[in-house]
Design a protein around this ligand. Structure first.
Ligand SMILES: [Zn+2]
Length: 319
């Protein structure tokens, strides 16, 4: 049993019990006020208060600890819940219960940390006490955790689960193939600013990647992505791409940011279906020039200029 290394302020409260159940839940509360972690600690300090939480998060994103995780805090009006839950009080800035971005981001990181140390592989919210994410108002008549968190609970679950997912849970090689209506050939791109982009498969949500951040020739692949069609995770370093414009009218050389000397390349410039697509030293040939052609939705085909064929995920679908 351990506590989060994210804690920057500790003021232990006398208001706790011994924990008798394995940690399997996270209960997010709001402070019903914009309290700092120090002020929240003062609130929980007198034994007459008869209340506490394991952690608190201020609007500045700092984390306070008031009850160690191996103890049961008195937070949710339910011994049954609090014996199973790590409870987190979060400062809110208005009556709607809004958390600052800093507080939200810390909340995600803290929840991920709690899950990892306690063997929780993913969270779920079922709308009742049986899910691994619970609300105070499930156990007593209270406005806690506030409308903001209620409206964002599923986002919370999703963001935590994305970060809990293995870094390389799926992977596909890339090849060229005749255009088709198959989702294996459809990609979204996301602008990250400064001419940096991520390219994500419509079929699996995997990002196009330079495996192991290789700086020498290697097969291109897709990997990562947490949840088909709905993931909100950002591309990781090997997945951040630089687009270098070829012509005013379009066409791009695509380089990994970690290896700008390499370009996305059709091996040998071959027009044969199934020819692999690789990261290859930049030579500004047509085999390295790619055009984005709108498909349905916000998706694009990515067409190679040398071959006229489409970038295609080998094997496609889920593996
Ligand atoms: Zn509460």
């Amino acid at each position: 049993m351990s506590n989060s290394s994210l804690v920057s302020y500790t003021k232990l409260s006398p208001n706790y019990s011994n924990r008798t159940e394995k940690i399997s839940k996270i209960t997010v509360h709001y402070m019903a006020g914009n309290l700092s972690v120090e002020t929240c600690g003062e609130v929980f300090a007198p034994s007459s208060r008869q209340a506490s939480s394991n952690y608190g998060i201020g609007s500045d994103g700092r984390v306070g600890m008031y009850v160690p995780e191996d103890k049961r805090a008195w937070t949710s009006s339910s011994a049954w819940n609090d014996q199973r839950a790590v409870t987190i009080e979060v400062a809110n800035t208005d009556s709607y219960g809004t958390f600052t971005t800093a507080a939200w981001n810390t909340l995600i990181d803290l929840a991920v940390d709690i899950c990892k140390r306690n063997g929780i592989t993913s969270l779920n919210f079922t709308g009742d006490k049986n899910g691994s994410v619970t609300w105070h108002c499930m156990f007593s008549a209270t406005s806690c955790p506030g409308q903001y968190f209620k409206n964002n609970t599923q986002r919370f679950v999703q963001e935590v689960n994305v970060k809990l997912a293995p870094a390389k849970q799926r992977t596909h090689k890339l090849q060229i193939w005749d255009w088709s209506n198959n989702t294996n050939q459809k990609f979204w791109y996301r602008s990250l600013g400064n001419n940096l982009y991520g390219i994500r498969s419509v079929a699996t949500n995997e990002w196009i990647s330079d495996p192991n951040s290789s700086t020498t020739q290697t097969d291109a692949e897709t990997w990562g992505g947490a949840d088909n069609g709905t993931a909100t995770d950002d591309p990781r370093d090997p997945q951040i791409l630089v687009f270098e414009k070829v012509h005013e009218l379009g066409g791009y050389y695509i380089h990994p940011q970690v290896a700008p000397n390499l370009s996305l390349d059709v091996a040998g410039g071959s027009t044969t279906n199934g020819t692999k697509v690789q990261w290859y030293p930049s030579n500004k040939t047509l085999a390295q020039e790619w055009h984005f052609i709108p498909a349905d939705g916000n998706a694009y085909y990515i067409i190679n200029a040398a071959t006229g064929k489409a970038l295609d995920m080998k094997g496609g679908g889920w593996v």
